[in-house]
Design a binder for this molecule. Structure first.
Ligand SMILES: Nc1ncnc2c1ncn2[C@@H]1O[C@H](COP(=O)(O)OP(=O)(O)OP(=O)(O)O)[C@@H](O)[C@H]1O
Length: 216
């Protein structure tokens, strides 16, 4: 699956963006399948906006986001749903767990969304153990700490098949050790699928062997 940006520019940020140089906004970019892509930017410059455009939950922009050569605007609802089930996964900055469900139910909801789940329940338990969240799996997600929620959201994003994983500051609530563990798991799962990721963050980091680095 190829993701391409064609002169993408957020309408609400247009004036602000055009006053400075950006490696992403208003440029023509092709994200090569399987690449580990990092997009670095200071707070408030549009990381979340970009991730929402890439996942197609916001479209207040000029220019295009092209998926397999076709703009998001030309896709039908069912096609978009299918792409999100099979080819495009996401870890939102605000995590978006269902608060009325337990941590495990949040993961299971995603895992069994497709007829033949990509991951077994045993694999979910392994991932939870690696990220030190086994003890909270049956806890209501609204009672979890932000760091625990973030690890559950990471596992939830990894239980589905994907060719691209979008991540918006995915380690912002994690300590160094848990960040290291989560990054290792993500890299492993991407490599197993020959998938790429697009990660946004505030600072430089060594969490992954990135193929490409952009400044937003
Ligand atoms: N729907 C909107 N309409 C108008 N302005 C918006 C809208 N959404 C976001 N903004 C503004 O766009 C800018 C970028 O917001 P965004 O959340 O994408 O930044 P960010 O880089 O992810 O920030 P942070 O690192 O603080 O999470 C902010 O100044 C925000 O106030």
């Amino acid at each position: 699956m190829q993701i391409q940006l064609d002169q993408l520019l957020p309408v609400p940020l247009k004036d602000k963006i055009l006053q400075r140089k950006s490696g992403i906004w208003n440029e023509n970019i092709v994200f090569n399948p399987g690449s580990f892509v990092k997009i670095k930017a200071p707070s408030g410059t549009g990381k979340t906006t970009l991730v929402h455009y890439l996942y197609n939950i916001r479209n207040d922009y000029t220019g295009k986001v092209l998926v397999n050569g076709k703009p998001w605007s030309d896709y039908g609802r069912n096609e978009i749903a299918l792409l999100r089930q099979q080819q495009l996964s996401v870890i939102f900055q605000d995590l978006r767990l269902f608060e009325q469900l337990t941590a495990l139910e949040n993961i299971e909801l995603k895992r069994v969304m497709i007829p033949q789940p990509y991951c077994t329940p045993e694999r979910v338990q392994e991932m939870a153990a690696r990220l030190n969240v086994t003890h909270v799996l049956h806890q209501s997600s609204k009672t979890l700490s932000y760091g625990e929620r973030q690890r559950i959201a990471i596992i939830r994003a990894l239980v589905q098949p994907f060719e691209w994983l979008l991540m918006d500051e995915p380690f912002s609530h994690l300590d160094e050790e848990n960040t290291r563990r989560a990054a290792a798991l993500i890299a492993e799962e991407c490599s197993a699928r020959k998938a790429g990721f697009i990660l946004t963050d505030l600072d430089d980091d060594q969490h992954f062997a990135y193929n490409v680095l952009y400044q937003l």
